[in-house]
Design a protein around this ligand. Structure first.
Ligand code: FES
Ligand code: FES
Length: 264
C-alpha cells in the first residue's frame, strides 16, 4: 500500500511539473490536483531532501526519466524539452469489398480497423466493441466464412473479401437458425456479446461440418470428424466472453443446433 501511494505521489509530482493546477479528465472537466497532503507516507519520509531523493529513486527505477537524466550525465535533453513529433497525415487507400452481400468501394485511412469501418463509417453497429484488443470476441464477424476479431483486422486487409456481420445473418422478420436458437434457449442477458456469439456459433457449425479439429479433439483423441460435444462447444466458443455469464444457455443453443444438423 505504501508503495502504491508512493507511486501515486510520483505520478502526481510529474503532472505538477508539466501542467501545474491545470489537469483535466477525459471529459475536459478540471481535476483537483493531487497534493502531498493526501499522501501521509511521503510526509513521513523525513526531511525535504530525503523526500526528493525518494522521488528521484522512483523515477529512475520506473524509467519515466531517461537513464541519462537519472544518473546526471551532461548533454541529455530533458523529456519536457523534446519538441513534439510533427503529426503525420493519414494515408488513404481505396478498397473494394463485399459487406453482407453488398459490394462497397471505399477509401479508408490505412489505420482504420474493420470494426471501426463497420460501426463508424457504415453504421453497422451490430458488431460490438468490447475490449478493442482481441480478448472478448464482441466484435466477431465472418470474413469469407471464417470468424475473425474485426477490432484486430485492418479494413485494408479485407480488400476483396466477403464480410458478414450480424446484420447480414438475418433480420427480425427472417432470423437465421442460430439467432432463433439463441432466442429459444435464452442464450443472452444484456445482449452485448450476442452478435459476436452468434457469428462465432455460425462459423462453428460450418467448421464442424468440415470436420475441423480443436484442442479438445486432440485431447480426446477424437481427430476424425469429431463429435461436437459440450466440451467441444465450450472450447470452440471460448473466444467469446459473456460478462453476464449466460454460458449454460449459449452452450444449450449451440448444442440444439448441432443435434438438429444446423437447424434451430
Ligand atoms: S472488441 Fe474485438 S475482441 Fe474485444
Ligand atoms: S449477454 Fe451480457 S455480456 Fe453476454
Amino acid at each position: 500500500m505504501a508503495g502504491i501511494r508512493r507511486s501515486l505521489g510520483a505520478i502526481c509530482f510529474l503532472s505538477s511539473i508539466r501542467k501545474p493546477f491545470e489537469s483535466h479528465d477525459t471529459r475536459g472537466l478540471p481535476v483537483t490536483p493531487c497534493s502531498e497532503d493526501e499522501l501521509p507516507e511521503l510526509n513521513d519520509a523525513g526531511s525535504p531532501e530525503q523526500r526528493e531523493l525518494t522521488r528521484r529513486e522512483f523515477l529512475a527505477a520506473s524509467g519515466v526519466l531517461s537513464a541519462g537524466t537519472a544518473v546526471g550525465l551532461p548533454g541529455v535533453t530533458h523529456a519536457e524539452e523534446t519538441p513534439a513529433a510533427p503529426g503525420r497525415a493519414p494515408t488513404m487507400m481505396p478498397i473494394t469489398l463485399s459487406i453482407n452481400k453488398q459490394k462497397r468501394q471505399l477509401t479508408v485511412d490505412t489505420r482504420t480497423s474493420l470494426l471501426d469501418l463497420l460501426r463508424e463509417n457504415l453504421d453497422l453497429t451490430g458488431s460490438k466493441k468490447g475490449c478493442d484488443h482481441g480478448q472478448c470476441g464482441a466484435c466477431t464477424v465472418l470474413m469469407d466464412g471464417k470468424r475473425i476479431n474485426s477490432c484486430l483486422t485492418l479494413a485494408v486487409v479485407a480488400q476483396g473479401a466477403e464480410i458478414t456481420t450480424i446484420e447480414g445473418l438475418g433480420d427480425e422478420a427472417n432470423l437465421s437458425a442460430v439467432q432463433r436458437s439463441f432466442l429459444e434457449h435464452d442464450g443472452f442477458q444484456c445482449g452485448y456479446c450476442t452478435p459476436g456469439q452468434i457469428c462465432s456459433a455460425t462459423a462453428l457449425l460450418d467448421e464442424a461440418q468440415r470436420g475441423e479439429l480443436s484442442v479438445v479433439s486432440f485431447e480426446t483423441g477424437n481427430t476424425s470428424k469429431p463429435a461436437i460435444t459440450d466440451k467441444e462447444i465450450k472450447e470452440r466458443m471460448s473466444g467469446n466472453i459473456c460478462r453476464c455469464g449466460a454460458y449454460p444457455n449459449i452452450v444449450a443453443a449451440v448444442r440444439a443446433l448441432v443435434q438438429n444438423g444446423g437447424a434451430a
